[in-house]
Design a protein. Sequence first.
Length: 360
Amino acid sequence: MPMIQTDAVVIGAGPVGLFQVFQLGLLGWQAHVVDVLPEAGGQCVALYPDKPIYDIPGVPVCTGRQLTEQLLAQAAPFLHGPSNLHLNQQVESLRIDDSDDAQPQSQARIHVHTSRGVHLLTKAVFIAAGAGAFVPRALPIPGLDAADAPVNLHHHLPPPEQIAPWAGQHLVIAGGGDEALQSVLDVLASPQAQRPARLSLLHRRDQFQADAALEQQVRSLIEQGQVHLVLGVPQGATQQGPDLTALSLLHADGTSTLCLDHLLVRLGLSPRLGPLTDWGLHLERKQVSVNPATFATNLPGVFAVGDINTYPGKKRLLLCGFHEATLAAHAAAHAIHPDAPQHLLYTTTSPLLHERLGLI
Ligand SMILES: Cc1cc2nc3c(=O)[nH]c(=O)nc-3n(C[C@H](O)[C@H](O)[C@H](O)COP(=O)(O)OP(=O)(O)OC[C@H]3O[C@@H](n4cnc5c(N)ncnc54)[C@H](O)[C@@H]3O)c2cc1C
């Protein structure tokens, strides 16, 4: 894969990472964003897409998903379609090429590699990694969470424009929380040609830990026979070649085998700091220490914003993350081009900003 050279790399497409792209764009910087999740929005979309947020200035109320849609629309002039957004991949390494100390900071010398082989070379990195990379919780069965996991084991729903791999087959959804129950509804709401021929919901007991309205809808689908509720604790898996073909289940009164064509595990997401701990950053209780005037880390050209950072008085709030992204962009511009004048421009009146925003 060819190396991509860019002004900035933003690690994390959560709300703060998206606003970071916008602030950098206003300064004339091009940024590439990487997120391990299949869609942008970080916690707002992964943890509370439909819950209301009441403390965004000027926005009396919006849901996590609505906020993300607005942030994406705001950053759109600088995202150049999806080409600058690298989803479904984790940033695995960050290395500063210090072989030539005489190189000015305006020279791109930070190498960033992702788990899908994307290699970015940049002048500045903005870590907006929240509580870490969100990875799906796996079923605790040997082999099912390994890198060479079966090809018919899934942890995310495909986007609506893609044909679901389980069309016309037996899909088992594992889980009893909001994610699993919402997936049942989403799968049944997909166009007829994309739906499985049989849909089973596998949970360890006949009790869900989900929103009451969601549970009511799924219970009624179970009563109508559109969803088959299977109770049991998965103990083992049978594989044929690259495919998982069955799960063995343990019940109070014995064991059984559940044959399947596809397994969608929806047990929620858990954040992992993962590779970030190996990059030489100063960490304090799993957060990156920053200078609160610039949000610079101890690594030259590397900044940290949003929930991932810590400094005296830190509050893990969206508003604070947006403020940090704004100051970090300006601080990076100053650090990398110290001789260039730094004028504060208003989006209301500046023709230069209007041009960058694509308005003129
Ligand atoms: C239930 C709930 C309700 C909340 N309500 C409010 C509220 O009302 N008001 C408010 O101000 N705040 C609220 N918050 C807090 C707010 O959501 C967070 O402050 C905000 O999401 C932080 O944004 P972020 O972009 O810093 O991090 P995140 O939203 O966590 O996004 C970080 C992203 O980085 C990705 N990532 C991390 N590491 C890597 C890596 N190595 N490679 C690739 N991707 C990576 C993650 O997958 C994630 O998508 C709430 C939080 C929760 C959980």
